[in-house]
Design a protein around this ligand. Sequence first.
Ligand code: ZN
Length: 246
Amino acid sequence: MKHETLIDSSFALGGFTSGKHGIWTRNEPADPPTEDYTALGEMLGIPLTRIVRPYQANGSKAAIVGAGHGGSGVIRGNDLTRTDALVTAQKGLVLSIIAADCAPVYLTEPEAGIIGLLHCGRQSAAGDLIRNAVGLMKELGAAPGRMKMTIGPHICRSCYEVGEDVKSGFTAAFSTYELGEIFSAGEGRLFLDMGAAITIKAVREGILRENIISSGDCTCHGNGYYSYRRGDRGTQDLAYLMMKQT
Ligand SMILES: [Zn+2]
């Protein structure tokens, strides 16, 4: 099992873990929570009724969640369908998303007391997931200029070889100069830097570049995390983020 704490301030706690088995989803809503979620709850000292996971779809939908969503997708059926970002003002509620090469993006705004957690794959990075998540945080009173963003472990630009079709999916959303920062080519091969795309989109929404950090870890060529590109199927890593109760 591999686990990293990425955020640990007086305000918030966030991390990324492979879990013991990499199993975070259940076959039926009535199935018990997975062993990995049980272990995560014990590690955080949080009951599973206060952890929430959406049904993800590599899209651009973000949702505000509160105490009433606790346990959704963890101990009972999932009431957040086709959602790739969760935003909350609820202290002690653990937001979680699964990923296995896609980037987990952690947003915190301590002054307003708002957090957000995004599952950002290439479609979401080219789409409006970041804009929608930041927009919901603003609705709750957060200011982008005060937000801190952490881009967690994801497939790196050396590992993420893509086809020209992927690049053409980005051309509507990025300028030629920006595409040059996001894609690199060599020896007839094309590589995608998701961290660069996410950073550009975040800066557009008013998040300051100096408030954006990347953990630097690669899920694919590093050891210990599950990676779709490396061949893992049905096993994934989990990102989590919560506001501490003070
Ligand atoms: Zn890599």
